[in-house]
Design a protein around this ligand. Structure first.
Ligand code: IDP
Ligand code: MG
Length: 136
């Protein structure tokens, strides 16, 4: 039985700034993901605060929201079987130091805050986050 899912991925400012968007998109494609929607944008801080609202009590919330809104990002809808979990696996651990070899964060992440990519952590959040960027 097939289980096609969609998930939201963001190439964060540190990676866009280093012109890594094509290399990261190639990693998605070569791992079986279809990029079904895509846009390069810069968001306002209040929008980042809304996007990351689940983290509002965390000490790093303010820096995180400043950072996500600090430069252009690429937001994408990725589609494949088990897209949500498979994307989390391809991204690697939140801290690039802990990310397994061959993952996006191991290859390109600079630090826990500049870790190059975002990916939805559940099917429910994927739907919410896709709507956040691609509501039409
Ligand atoms: P995730 O991106 O792997 O899902 P989350 O725990 O959802 O990780 O955290 C969201 C983002 O917040 C992370 O990608 C990272 O950039 C940042 N972050 C998480 N934990 C810390 C921390 O301890 N210090 C600084 N930034 C953090
Ligand atoms: Mg998360």
């Amino acid at each position: 039985m097939s289980n096609i899912e969609q998930t939201l991925s963001i190439i964060k400012p540190d990676a866009v700034e280093r012109n890594l968007d094509n290399a990261i998109k190639d990693m998605f494609k070569s791992n079986g993901f279809l990029i079904v929607k895509e846009k390069k944008i810069q968001i306002e801080k209040y929008e980042a605060e809304k996007f990351y609202k689940v983290h509002e009590t965390k000490s790093f919330y303010n820096d995180l929201c400043s950072y996500l809104s600090s430069g252009p990002i690429v937001a994408m809808v990725l589609e494949k079987e088990n897209a949500v979990l498979d994307n989390r696996e391809l991204m690697g651990a939140t801290n690039p130091k802990d990310a397994l070899k061959g993952t996006i964060r191991e290859r390109y992440g600079i630090s826990i805050d500049k870790n190059s990519v975002h990916g939805s952590d559940s099917l429910k959040n994927a739907e919410i986050e896709i709507n956040f960027f691609f509501k039409d």
